[in-house]
Unconditional design. Structure first.
Length: 107
């Protein structure tokens, strides 16, 4: 069995003796290390408050504004579903829905 492995036969033998497999494995590890380093850099930048994600993570006012915007969007969608006529005017002469001017005042 050892002689077969040393001769490069079988899966284990090919893993040990085939230089192409060795080189491919080294290249894959190098790509993995590069990717891991890039992810580390991105996380570190976000933790420092850099970029959009970083600002969302570190700026409480921005987070609150985005949260408020999301909440208002949900309310508007709910209102639209409850009362689509408030937002659309349907003309029967040409059967085209025409959007009304949206109001930003809360109901």
């Amino acid at each position: 069995m050892i002689a077969e492995i040393n001769a490069g036969h079988g899966t284990l033998g090919k893993l040990i003796k085939d230089e192409t497999v060795y080189n491919d494995a080294r290249a894959a590890i190098a790509r993995f290390n590069t990717t891991a380093e890039r992810i580390d850099n991105m996380v570190a930048a976000a933790q420092r408050g850099e970029g959009t994600v970083g600002k969302l993570l570190t700026d409480d006012a921005l987070y609150s504004n985005v949260n408020q915007l999301s909440s208002e969007g949900v309310k508007m969608i709910y209102d639209f579903r409850q009362n689509p006529k408030k937002y659309l005017t349907i003309s029967y002469s040409n059967a085209v829905a025409v959007p009304r001017k949206l109001s930003c005042t809360p109901a």
